[in-house]
Design a protein around this ligand. Structure first.
Ligand code: NAD
Ligand code: ZN
Length: 375
């Protein structure tokens, strides 16, 4: 038996923040990064709270890929009287807030309402049971998975994403694509998750380049915001695959943004999961169907999958993501780290649902594709 369901209520569209005007909030603790506070974006929320005379406190110290110490610091600043935690930010702020709220609930034996307001269109964290926290000591990322981490309410208002710079828009948008493609190939995929994953992929192909070229394109921003959440719904049920396992280890070691790590690895992982091993017929069939739905497939499955990988590579290039790491990391250091990163990727929770179980050598080989010179 399989299950499909969502306990998170979703508010979407241009006026979705209005939901805050009527919810029962009690005392509020807002978790965000410094940009959200200093840019004044947070006022869209605090103005509503002030008008309703709701007491609130702001923790604005979230940094990309937050670590255990930062989470502990935020927990320390929570008031005992907090009734609602609002996470305002990208995956980093939402994931940190998930863990903060969980620790607080367990330590105070108290139920706390959790509202996620994403400001990037990428992780879909507002609709997932996943939280990724960094361990600075071991330079690894720890993916936590538990249904109790799910927000009660997700507010999808693309107004918050209008200021995302083009490079972050590209990175995070390709994270959406990776989530949906990995959900579609996952060993836990089903007809319901396919529906969300395929629609998310279509939206990314239609709107990502448009929004990277013109960040003021509100319509494209809105569709990318929905695509991010829809991919989140899909992978929350299916989990992910080795692209994320490899990206977690790469990002943890070399601090490359999460979406960018995925984007650089994605074509290589798609090849590995499909036509490099013709025994993996199920993924070939699924990706061929997707290629046909997107309009670049043929009657031949292998040709269709090759066309899909070509189009994915073209999209990645068109939003200025480099194919190689040579200008981003010290190559000697990278080569020396490959074995350790591959070990971490093999042990990552996301590897379990990859359509093909890799060996350590397979994963090392994929990492080697990211440098220009043969190693
Ligand atoms: N929980 C999940 O399901 C899940 C899934 C994938 C990734 N993740 C994790 O999420 C994190 C990445 O999240 P992300 O890609 O959203 O990036 P992020 O939250 O780290 O933000 C990236 C950068 O963009 C800035 N930013 C965010 N919103 C902005 C806005 N509206 N305007 C201008 N700048 C803005 C931030 O300040 C930051 O510098 C990683 O730690 C990753 O491991 C979680
Ligand atoms: Zn991701």
């Amino acid at each position: 038996m399989e299950y499909f369901g969502m306990s998170t209520k979703i508010c979407m569209g241009m006026d979705s923040l209005k939901e805050l005007e009527s919810i029962d909030a009690g005392q509020v603790f807002i978790i965000c990064d410094p940009f959200m506070n200093h840019s004044g974006k947070i006022n869209l929320i605090t103005d509503i709270l002030k008008k309703r005379e709701i007491a609130y406190k702001v923790f604005d110290k979230i940094v990309p890929d937050p670590g255990i110490e930062l989470v502990a610091q935020a927990v320390g600043e929570l008031m005992d009287t907090t009734d609602t935690v609002i996470a305002l930010g990208g995956g980093s702020a939402i994931d940190a807030a998930k863990v903060v709220r969980k620790i607080f609930e367990v330590s105070k034996n108290k139920k706390v309402q959790f509202i996620a307001i994403p400001t990037t269109s990428g992780t879909g964290s507002e609709l997932t049971s996943f939280a990724v926290v960094s361990d600075e000591e071991t330079q690894t990322k720890i993916p936590l998975v538990d249904d109790s981490l799910l927000p009660d309410l997700a507010i999808l208002d693309c107004e918050f994403t209008m200021s995302v710079p083009a490079s972050v828009t590209a990175d995070t948008g390709l994270d959406v694509l990776t989530h949906a493609l990995e959900a579609l190939a996952s060993t836990k995929a089903n007809d319901f998750t396919d529906a969300y994953a395929i629609r998310a992929i279509m939206l990314v192909f239609q709107y990502l380049k448009r929004v990277v070229d013109n960040g003021n394109d509100r319509e494209a921003r809105m569709h990318m915001h929905n695509a991010s959440a829809m991919a989140g719904i899909a992978f929350n049920q299916t989990s992910l695959g080795i692209c994320h396992s490899l990206a977690h280890a790469l990002g943890g070691r070399f601090h490359i943004p999460h979406g960018r790590s995925n984007a650089m690895l994605l074509p290589h992982v798609m090849e590995y999961n499909t036509y490099l091993d013709l025994d993996n017929k199920e993924t070939i069939k699924r990706y061929a169907e997707l290629a046909r739905a997107l309009g670049f497939g043929t009657y031949n499955d292998i040709m269709s999958v090759k066309a899909l990988v070509r189009q994915v590579t073209k999209l990645i290039k068109s939003v200025n993501i480099p194919a190689y790491l040579d200008d981003m990391v010290d190559i000697k250091e990278y080569k020396n780290a490959i074995e350790d990163m591959a070990k971490n990727a093999l042990a990552d929770k996301c590897t379990i649902t990859n359509p093909k179980q890799p060996s350590l050598k397979d994963l090392e080989k994929i990492y080697k594709n990211l440098v220009k010179q043969k190693i």
